[in-house]
Design a protein around this ligand. Structure first.
Ligand code: KG4
Ligand code: ZN
Length: 348
């Protein structure tokens, strides 16, 4: 057992990759991002997402096989995201993977998308294995759909220390970018605007506390606080959106900058709480789409330097959803002989 085909279709990206267990390397990976399809709606439209998955899945899988100069006959097992995500999108990937597994008589492994993110820090940008990441470590996963902290003991051995009770951090960036009159997805736009305002905290939005020093995330209140402060200033109308003349570029920069500093503070406080409570932690990993944010990376690096633990950030191409992290998790599950029954269901 050596070659794993990974398939990721949980939301609005169609991803595939090939991971070689013996070479400890991603041999090929390919991704189709649907951002352009959803942009005009200001967010992901589930029906459009699943339709696009259906159009792209065979092309993307064939693309990774071609890139590596291999064929389905060379593949030993197929790893596919089975949860969590949009039902229609997940169904496309899992049904395709089951069909391939049946037709070519391959093993199949159902993968939790979040486990993919958690272990994406082990992938270097060139697809080789980053052996330096130690156990136990703590993983901050922040994306458009999830914000969680995990205690990670080994491959496949991890516990959730806390997750957002409502919205994800990425969702807050996306929503506020929209409120400011900018496009989707909002994370990178907010980072650029914040940089133009020197990452200064102009507006001091409310920070959530950490009761008993435990992990705690909630971004829904923050979103509302930003929105209503703009309504109060008369620059946003709840019915018609941003008020063109009043919403100046400088105000947008100040809001973006204050929001980013606030979220970086919330992340730092949560990680500081974990490091305080669990002195054996050797490193922090930062993964998921929001981990692309260089300002937050810098803030976490400052914290980790102070606490004398290492920080590992997943490479940019493996921060956002991708097939490589799924193939990699499929690799160690194959070594652990953790295959799935072909009747597995999505979301279970
Ligand atoms: O991991 P991902 O591709 O999809 C989910 O699993 O949700 O993450 C997408 C999220 C979006 O909310 C996007 O705004 C955010 O990641 N994001 C960023 C940055 N780049 C992407 N957030 C903050 N700063 C960035 N530079
Ligand atoms: Zn994700």
């Amino acid at each position: 057992m050596n070659l794993i085909l990974g398939i990721e279709t949980s939301c609005d990206e169609t991803g595939a990759a090939l991971y070689s267990i013996t070479q400890q390397k991603i041999l090929a990976h390919s991704l189709f991002s649907q951002i352009a399809l959803h942009k005009q709606y200001g967010g992901v439209v589930p029906e459009i997402a699943s339709r696009s998955q259906l159009e792209k899945i065979d092309v993307i899988v064939q693309h990774v096989l071609d890139q590596a100069g291999l064929s389905m006959g060379d593949v030993d097992a197929i790893a596919v995201t089975s949860k969590p995500g949009l039902a229609g999108s997940l169904l496309v990937g899992t049904c395709f993977a089951k069909g391939l597994a049946w037709a070519y008589n391959k093993k199949i492994i159902a993968i939790d998308h979040l486990e993919g993110h958690v272990f994406s820090s082990f992938l270097a940008a060139d697809g080789s294995l980053n052996q330096a990441v130690p156990f136990p470590h703590v993983c901050l996963t922040a994306s458009g759909g999830h914000t969680s902290v995990y205690h990670v003991n080994g491959f496949g051995d991890y516990q959730t220390l806390g997750s957002t009770i409502d919205d994800a951090a990425g969702e807050a960036f996306d929503k506020i970018a929209k409120v400011l009159g900018y496009g989707y997805p909002g994370g990178q736009i907010i980072e650029e605007l914040a940089g133009e305002a020197d990452f200064i905290d102009y507006l001091n939005y409310p920070r959530t506390k950490n009761p008993n020093g435990d992990v705690f995330f909630s971004f829904s209140g923050l979103k509302t606080a930003v929105l209503y402060s703009l309504v109060k200033k008369g620059v946003y109308d709840l019915e018609t959106g941003p008020v063109k003349q009043a919403m100046t570029p400088q105000l947008a920069r100040e809001v973006a900058s204050s929001l980013l500093v606030c979220i970086a503070d919330i992340f730092s406080n949560n990680i500081a709480c974990v490091l305080k409570k669990q002195p054996g932690i050797k490193a922090v990993t930062f993964v998921g789409g929001v981990a692309c944010n260089r300002y937050i990376q810098k803030r976490l690096q400052q914290l980790c330097d102070k606490k004398r633990v290492q920080l590992f950030v997943a490479p940019r191409s493996f921060c956002t959803d991708n097939g490589a992290m799924i193939a990699f998790v499929g690799g160690y599950k194959t070594e652990q002989r953790q295959f799935s029954d072909s009747t597995f269901d999505i979301m279970k």
